[in-house]
Ligand binder design. Structure first.
Ligand code: GYE
Length: 335
């Protein structure tokens, strides 16, 4: 446990000031009965979630909440509703409160140096969950846990190679609907996909538009792409998450196009609703991205608060679900 932990217990004035700050920036108080009068020694984790844009994100928040409960840790939550400045404010409030560990899922990669330096100066370890930061000094965070997004992009590309072989396709025009610009999954799902199909002359990526990981924007993007290229001009839609894919799918069906048959749809996440569409033949491939990171995060928190070392990079094991697989035994995804 970090030094200073006990000293701060008596600092009621500081706590009150911190609470005022917390309500100002929308961060929640720790759950009742966690650290406080009844249990002053419980570990408190400050958790800044970036938003609630997708089924994945909601599943991820639930995973964090369940795991904190299981481990008996107090969880001070803040939801930034897709705004980086709200995340920065939440992290500052966690520093004021002197939480034991800060966990956050950075909406974009850049712009974190200052606030992370503040956390380091306050001697509070930071775990990046789900997404990475781009900082000059990598001692500004203690560890990263989240998907290997490059591998996810490659899995998407490899599926397309197999699909093109199965179709006997000579040439396929691909459109890409990307996630939030400057976010790790967007960058790496894009790069990994290109890596896999690079040099194969059967493929041309004719356009790449950003849908911000939102279903509504997935719809907008698909409408735009259909207007621009027509149904005949697009063979493959590669979308960086299920929400956008489901939005695109709706637009395709409304236009009389059979997704999965007239156009190949490749998605990422594997939330239940999309898995159903895969089983129904409307999506051809979903690369898995698991939101279930809570328990591993809390294991890391536990190790850190006991003064143990933890690995810097941690990736869950993931796979891809495709039309070529038998999906009858696939367990419910839970999100
Ligand atoms: O794929 C998407 C969410 O960062 C892995 O963010 C996460 C992505 C996930 O909005 O659905």
């Amino acid at each position: 446990m970090r030094t200073g932990r006990w000293a701060r217990r008596g600092l009621m004035a500081l706590l009150l000031a911190a609470c005022a700050l917390l309500s100002a920036c929308g961060a929640g108080k720790p759950d009742k009965g966690e650290r406080g009068e009844t249990n002053p020694s419980a570990v408190v984790v400050g958790f800044s979630q970036l938003g609630s844009e997708s089924g994945w994100r909601i599943g991820n928040t639930a995973s964090m909440e369940q795991a904190a409960k299981k481990w008996g840790f107090g969880l001070m939550r803040a939801n930034a509703n897709q705004r980086q400045e709200k995340q920065i404010a939440a992290i500052r409030s966690f520093i004021s409160y002197q939480v034991d560990v800060i966990v956050f899922s950075p909406i974009v990669e850049t712009g974190w140096d200052n606030v992370l330096r503040e956390a380091k100066r306050a001697n509070i370890p930071v775990i990046l969950m789900d997404r990475m930061v781009d900082v000059d000094d990598d001692t500004l965070y203690t560890a990263y846990i989240g998907a290997d997004f490059l591998a996810e992009g490659r899995r998407a590309g490899k599926f397309l190679l197999k699909k093109a072989d199965a179709m006997g396709a000579e040439h396929l025009n691909i459109v890409e609907i990307t996630g939030t610009e400057d976010s790790t999954p967007m960058r790496d799902r894009q790069a990994g996909f290109r890596w896999a199909i690079d040099g194969d002359e059967r493929f041309t990526i004719i356009d790449s538009v950003t849908g911000d990981f939102l279903r509504s924007k997935g719809e907008e993007c698909m409408r735009y792409l259909l207007d621009k290229y027509g149904a005949q001009g697009i063979d493959v839609v590669y979308s960086h998450n299920d929400e956008m894919t489901l939005g695109a799918l709706k637009v395709l069906e409304a236009a009389g196009i059979r997704p999965g048959q007239d156009m190949v749809l490749i998605s990422v996440d594997a939330q239940q609703e999309a898995v159903e569409a895969l089983k129904a033949g409307k999506i051809n491939c979903i690369v898995e991205c698991t939101p279930d990171l809570g328990n591993s995060v809390m294991e890391m928190v536990d190790a850190l608060t006991k003064g143990k070392q933890i690995p810097k990079r941690n990736h869950p094991v993931e796979q891809a679900f495709t039309e070529f697989d038998d999906l009858s035994d696939l367990a419910p995804r839970g999100y």
